[in-house]
Design a protein around this ligand. Structure first.
Ligand SMILES: [Zn+2]
Length: 483
């Protein structure tokens, strides 16, 4: 809220489906290939080429709808959306307008303000367009590998009231879709992209005119774009200007939104049923079979982790935010003596080391980002939890496992890293440090208690960092007291 204004947000999210081939031809659906290598007359839109619908797209789209609590229609149909698309040469996009596959769904998000239900108006299937590559030297080139990649567009109700809620919605959407297995939802590869529709009003008054910001491709840019556009609209209305319906671009560098073009209305697209494609029909049997394929979703797993493994609600929410991570945790927890300690190790030191290793700062992770087997990580967690290796040695072993995955117990043995708790060894280290630093002992005795930390550091170094820290501290303080 600012000056009594509230923001009203609806999100349109495009998600590329993870099928083997494209939606209307047999070209491969793959990311990152040489430009224009996965193309054919159909996806290039050459005259006379006829589309043939890939039924896997229908299965995935229906599963996405079911996982998002939608009503999935038995009958739906494709329409042509006519437009001048420089990146889609046939000048129309095959989409669904009059008869979308799914309607009336919702998802539940956890925000700092509590639980919130956000409605989903509809989910429809459509084809993706190509990619324009702008180059100062050579001008603009067109890569058509993405033409005909299957998409679902998920349209939310205007239920969102803050940038935080928008990001929570997208995170939850991504979690549900990746669990369902219909998409990898990698924002940095464009397989999840988001358009933000935003207007402002004072509570109790009708909604204002909305603007649209297109193709935001990170959670951070969604958040920043929303905040910037809200500020702009409030300032405009306060200055007596009117907000016009238009598409705006969010510039990462300046953090501002600028006008791109006046927004079209749906009538401008002259939608009509695509005569090349028959009506789509899902039988009751199809529906049942698809529903059975949907695995337990994040909320269900979160509840189970809290019950079965006694992890906190917060930790359970983080562990279930991505399916690969939840799967990983479960495999480890089955072996670990303390699943709670394993959860803390993953969310603490493992994530810290992952972030440090993420040189491109994409923040996108999958199972390949964590090259340590869950069984080995569980063993390391047990070694640390039982005190057999102390926490700083544990971190070092973790770093070594990132380099080369191996049995942490054997690694600790080979490198002599087990915690030293033999009093004779520890006392020898303490005596040596005290003898070498008489002035520090004097200042400690004179009341400068912070010296303890320095002495502990020296004694710890004497054991090559392997001492049981609690035991070492006790012996150190006892020795000083006797002096
Ligand atoms: Zn093709």
């Amino acid at each position: 809220m600012k000056l009594g204004y509230e923001m009203v947000i609806g999100l349109e999210t495009h998600v590329e489906l993870h099928t083997r081939s494209k939606i209307f031809c047999s070209c491969l659906n793959a990311f990152g290939a040489e430009p224009n290598t996965y193309v054919c007359p159909v996806c290039m839109g050459l005259p006379g080429a006829l589309p043939v619908f890939n039924e896997q797209v229908l299965r995935y789209a229906a599963m996405a709808g079911m996982a998002l609590n939608c009503h999935v229609h038995h009958r739906s149909r494709f329409d042509r959306k006519n437009y001048f698309y420089p990146d889609l040469p046939k000048a129309y996009q095959i989409s669904q307008f009059y008869r979308p596959l799914c309607e009336n769904g919702f998802l539940i998000v956890q925000t700092s303000g509590g639980e919130k239900r956000i409605g989903i108006t509809r989910i429809h299937m459509e084809e993706d367009a190509g990619k324009l590559l702008h180059d100062e030297k050579n001008g603009t080139a067109l890569d058509m590998n993405r033409c005909g990649v299957p998409l679902i567009e998920i349209v939310s109700e205007p239920d969102i009231r803050s940038a935080e809620e928008a990001v929570c919605y997208l995170r939850k959407l991504r979690a549900i879709l990746t669990y369902t297995g219909v998409s990898d939802c990698k924002m940095n590869e464009g397989s999840l992209r988001c358009d933000v529709n935003l207007s402002i009003h004072k509570p109790g008054e009708p909604f204002g005119t909305r603007t649209e910001m297109k193709n935001l491709n990170s959670f951070q840019s969604v958040e920043k774009a929303i905040e910037a556009e809200f500020e702009r609209q409030v300032a405009a209305v306060e200055a007596g200007e009117t907000v016009v319906q238009e598409t705006r671009r969010f510039d990462q560098k300046s953090g501002k939104t600028t006008s791109m073009r006046r927004k079209e209305n749906s009538a401008d697209y002259r939608y009509f049923p695509d005569p090349d494609l028959p009506e789509i029909y899902l039988t009751d049997e199809d529906m049942t079979a698809l529903r059975e394929k949907i695995p337990p979703l994040p909320d269900e797993r979160r509840e189970r982790y809290m019950k079965e493994y006694s992890v906190s609600a917060y930790a359970a929410e983080l562990l279930t935010a991505e399916r690969w991570l939840a799967d990983y945790f479960e495999r480890g927890a089955a072996k670990a003596e303390s699943p709670v300690a394993l959860a803390n190790l993953i969310l603490g030191e493992v994530f810290a080391q992952l972030t440090a290793r993420d040189t491109q700062h994409t923040g996108e992770r999958d199972e390949s980002s964590l090259p340590i087997s869950p069984e080995h990580l569980a063993k390391l967690s047990d070694l640390m939890n039982s005190g057999k290796v102390n926490s700083s040695t544990g971190k070092k072993i973790l770093g070594a496992l990132f380099q080369e995955d191996c049995d942490p117990e054997r690694y600790a043995q080979e490198h002599e890293l087990f915690t030293v708790s033999d009093d004779r060894v520890l006392n020898a280290a303490v005596e040596k440090v005290l003898a070498a630093n008489p002035d520090m002992v004097v200042s400690y005795k004179a009341g400068k208690l912070t010296v303890e930390k320095a002495l502990m550091g020296k004694a710890m170094a004497e054991t090559k960092g392997k001492a049981d820290p609690e035991r070492l501290r006790r012996l150190l303080l006892d020795s000083i007291a006797r002096l």
